[in-house]
Design a protein around this ligand. Structure first.
Ligand code: ADP
Ligand code: MG
Length: 626
């Protein structure tokens, strides 16, 4: 039989390699920014058009390339950064695989301009699908500019696979943040579709974080410093009261490289144990410095996962350092009231000098312009943890959740209960055909503060209270938003909430929908949202949680074709406000929920498509006793 194995042509090999390195515009951003850093630049500009699909350009003032190097840089496995395998364990550069430019050039139109300090003129190269189409001299400043246009122009399948501009831009910005956070000693700017989105001057680490995430971040940060033989840690963790529902602001850098590590993340979570409500995530910005010999970065093409020689030790040091910081800044532990505070210093820290205790004063606090309920959100320190400790919800809190729902018919809570029961009983009949009707007698029972069990003619009904209530609220909010009838309740004092500029952008996007539910905004500006009215029935103390949840949902949702802001908002608010698992319900509340659920258009599933109830017939039960 004839020989059938052939060597792949270079441009095909490059396209295949590109699949590993370049998944989306953000991957190009990462590679180009890293090259600029490796070139020793201290000013780097990133220019994006159409979320990077049309253009990603990085301009640096680094050392530039000679004309031969400029051409060679696009060859596969062409790198100036390592010479032999041993160098892999002494890495001080971001790149070393020599495949980024080759990969990018295989799947986009690339223009490179570069000049070295000593030269009068530079080089301009144009490459399309791995082919150098021109190389000329050009007048250009010292440094390098790489423009990557029309990504995946020659691989339509991959281009179609890209997400909406919103999503791709989010990835680009995430990447930009990661690189910018790792290098506060370099100034970065990001221009998106012609306007400046970020301008980050050279600064210290704290200032860099604040420049990226907003001024209010400053008061959230608790410094973490540790210096051991195997590991040096510096950076910040976020105070527990500012923990988020998303894992958004979690950054590990190892030797200035952003990495993902579930294991090290666990070390932080365990240091925060007892300080965070379930489902909340602490933020952190931590730089770990280790001997390059003790890590292997080469296990993943994009180098975001690395292998440590001694992970267990790093885990222990990291956990102890974070715990120590939380203790030192009087943040942990405050939940255990019986504890002798003198025992709270977490462990023998080898710091030899003692310093006077710091008193944290919230200088921006003005008793006249904030409602009392909002104070705990802005004040730092341990005392706030007392105030924000979970308060047992009283039944009246719970009932108030329904007030908004009855708002259109304008009856008060008590009337609401009986009348709605009456109304929905009728609807219930039509929902449950034949012998499945919910019996009118008081036959509900709450199981484990989680399920409501009710009898129906054919047997029994088991309702998940959280999911069911979400469905009820979801339909109600959706109705209010579409009919624009959400009724608002005026707040006595405006509620001020602080968000990062990115989060504010999301609030702006959803503002009009929020207004239809009953929110009234006095201001939505750079980092501040001021609210003067909330939907009837929404407790003031829940407002910040609702908005947080909403922002995190918008960030996580992949807002593609069938994305509807209204729908997301209704879902998100329902999720925040629904009675949770664990909440004891009185008999009439249980019945009310059952009735409301079956008055819904689609009672079978929660807004996120989970089953809200199951039934078990007497027949099925009988079978179990055979
Ligand atoms: P790697 O970074 O892994 O070496 P790349 O394909 O990203 O591989 O880059 C290839 C080479 O091109 C680099 O080793 C470097 O010598 C050169 N190069 C790339 N970008 C720049 C830049 N912005 N400034 C100077 N040299 C660069
Ligand atoms: Mg590189």
């Amino acid at each position: 039989m004839a020989d059938i194995i052939q060597l792949l042509p270079d441009h095909v090999a490059n396209q295949i390699a590109a699949g590993e390195v370049v998944q989306r515009p953000a991957s190009v951003v990462k590679e180009l920014l890293e090259n600029a850093i490796d070139a020793g630049a201290d000013t780097i500009k990133l220019i994006i058009k159409d979320a990077g699909k049309t253009l990603v350009q990085v301009i640096d003032n680094g050392k530039g390339m000679s004309s031969t190097d400029a051409r060679l840089s696009f060859e596969r496995h062409a790198t100036s950064k390592i010479k032999n395998a041993e160098d892999l364990f002494q890495l001080h550069t971001k790149g070393f695989r020599g495949e980024a430019l080759a990969s990018i050039a295989a799947i986009a139109h690339v223009e490179l301009k570069t000049k070295q300090e000593a030269d009068d003129v530079g080089q301009v190269l144009v490459i399309e699908g791995s082919e150098v189409t021109s190389q000329d001299v050009v007048v250009t400043p010292t440094g390098t500019s790489v423009s990557v246009k029309n990504l995946f122009f020659n691989i339509p399948a991959r281009r179609n696979f890209l997400k909406s501009d919103n999503v791709e831009l989010r990835h680009v910005i995430d990447e930009f943040h990661r690189v910018a956070l790792a290098h506060p000693n370099i100034s970065f700017a990001l221009y998106n579709n012609g306007s400046e989105s970020f301008n980050l001057p050279i600064s210290n680490y704290r200032q860099r974080i604040v420049n990226i995430f907003g001024n209010k971040t400053n008061e959230k940060l608790v410094p973490v410093e540790e210096d051991t033989e195997v590991l040096k840690i510096s950076g910040f963790v976020g105070k527990p009261e500012f923990a988020k529902k998303t894992r958004g602001e979690q950054y590990f850098f190892v030797n200035d490289r952003f990495i993902k590590s579930a294991y090290l993340n666990h070390a932080i979570s365990s240091a925060f144990e007892g300080l965070l409500k379930t489902g909340m995530h602490a933020s952190y910005f931590l730089n770990l410095t280790v001997d390059p010999q003790t890590i292997d970065i080469n296990i993943h093409p994009t180098k975001t996962e690395i292998k440590f020689d001694d992970e267990h030790t790093l885990y222990a040091i990291l956990r102890a350092a974070v715990k120590h910081s939380l203790g030192q800044f009087n943040i942990a532990p405050v939940l255990d009231f019986e504890r002798d505070p003198n025992l709270d210093t977490p462990y023998n820290y080898k710091e030899n000098s003692t310093s006077a205790p710091k008193v944290e004063v919230d200088r921006s606090f003005n008793p006249f312009n904030e409602a009392p309920a909002t104070r705990h959100q802005s004040s730092g320190g341990s005392s706030s943890s007392f105030r924000s400790a979970p308060v047992k919800q009283t039944p009246s809190d719970w009932e108030s959740l329904y007030v908004g729902l009855e708002s259109k018919s304008n009856h008060n809570t008590e009337e609401g209960f009986s009348e709605v029961q009456f109304e929905s009983e009728e609807e219930t009949l039509s929902m449950f055909e034949g012998d499945n009707q919910v019996e009118q007698t008081h036959t509900t029972y709450q199981l484990h503060n989680k399920y409501i069990v009710s009898t129906i003619k054919s047997g029994m009904l088991i309702i998940d209270q959280y999911k069911a209530h979400q469905r009820v609220l979801y339909e109600e909010f959706l109705r209010n938003m579409t009919t624009r009838e959400g009724v608002s309740q005026q707040l006595l004092f405006p509620l001020q909430l602080h968000f990062s500029p990115q989060d504010i952008a999301i609030v702006k996007q959803l503002k009009s929908d929020l207004e239809h539910t009953g929110f009234v905004f006095a201001t939505v500006e750079e980092e501040l949202v001021e609210i003067t009215g909330v939907p009837v029935g929404v407790p003031e103390s829940e407002v910040s949680i609702i908005l947080e949840q909403l922002i995190s949902d918008v960030e996580n949702e992949v807002p593609d074709s069938n994305f509807s802001a209204t729908d997301l908002l209704a879902k998100s608010m329902a999720k925040s406000l629904a009675i949770k698992t664990g909440q004891a319900l009185k008999k009439d509340e249980q019945e009310h929920l059952v009735n409301k659920l079956f008055a819904c258009k689609d009672p079978n599933v929660s807004p996120s498509n989970r089953v809200t109830f199951v039934t078990m017939s007497v027949d099925e039960l009988d079978k179990k006793f055979i």
